[in-house]
Write a protein that binds this ligand. Sequence first.
Ligand code: UD1
Length: 430
Amino acid sequence: MDKLCIRGQNPLRGEVAISGSKNAAVAIIPAALLANDVVTLENVPHIADVANLVSIMRDMHVQVDYLDEHTLRIDSRNMVNDCANSEGVRKMRASYYLLGVLLGRFKHARVAFPGGCDFGVRPIDLHVKGFEALGASVTTKAIIEMKATELLGTNIFLDFASVGATINIMLAAVLAHGTTVIENAAKEPHVVDTASFLNSMGADVKGAGTDTIRIRGVRRLHGSEYAIIPDQIEAGTYMVASAVTGGDIKITNVIPRHLDSISAKLREIGIRIREEDDAIRVIGGGRLKPTKVKTLPYPGFPTDMQPQMMVLLSMVNGTSMINESVTDNRFRYVEQLQKMGANIDVEGHIAIIEGVDRLSGSEVAATDLRAGAAMVLAGLAAEGTTYVTNINYIDRGYEGMVDKLKLLGADIERTGGSDPVLRVIKDHAG
Ligand code: UD1
């Protein structure tokens, strides 16, 4: 099993370029299958979740070629509609987008149950309600099966502004008859990016980024060339990396507006932030103040930045609080930070953090993707050596994290092998 070995307390300095957004890529790559044509996607992140999607699609006879490390050509003209037994689907939650895509294109989908990071109950009932409202009959047994004679546009009010349900309903509705209106829609940057991509293929989606999205169904979509937005959470993670090490990092290829809630919190704590058009400089050091954080749907503070923020607050003198209001059970990793000396008390959705002077190196496990990133940040800040295990979680969503951190001056090594994502891509080279 690969591990990371980190010798901490080097202030990070220099420049780091952010990769394409994981959460946009895992929606846009399957969305390309709606076109029955050729789609070229640029700025595709080089991560395990993408490699997994590529294998799932190749198993469905989709021709997927890497034109370069970050550019995918997807030709779905000869695809077969079958991923009911796919192991790949069971490995990641975002494979749920195949449901909306296959229902939209074929009016029939049989998809294995999606897996993914375990931070509590993560149902997909809102997705299913949306598909049913569009006219599909849905059965969920060992696999999820959906059928419709035709899909008819309708009004759908989401009980919760779910990212997955908003995107999935959009995917199914772009080829439906009539107009679908999603109310209380999620507003995350990747929802907007997916809508822009669908429009680039000839869809008619308006209002993405607001509470109300209107999708006027079209008869068919065509091929397109599209570049995926930069990853908001990867950028946020490097922002905190600078903060926890008292560093000075310029983070390039970002959309600073997507980082507003993160920048605002870091500024409140005492971190200096300078924004440019497509870069952000984060300067740590100095006296930091404790604060309160509540995770919320966009534009609120992202739940995917909660563990990273926890690491920072665990080293800020005084009492801070984190209220996790988006997911059910996302504090499992706290036990790992406690091994490093963090003083954190969790009760239900609330964590109370008493800042300590320093964390100490230890062996800790990544319990999910963002918790894994948090362990790396803790290791970078800690005194002594930290070993992070279960790093396959980190590979799912962070492109070249070790190399990027090394360039910033971190003392970090991966033991046990080379870049496994590259291996997957090479093994499946088309
Ligand atoms: C997406 C992101 C994930 C992020 C999360 C919240 C992708 C691939 N993943 O996940 O990184 O942490 O948004 O910003 O984009 N819920 C239901 N029923 C549903 C759907 C959701 O009860 O049908 C509840 C669940 O408790 C779930 C929470 O809402 O944990 C958030 O769900 P949602 O916004 O849909 O997030 P995900 O699609 O799981």
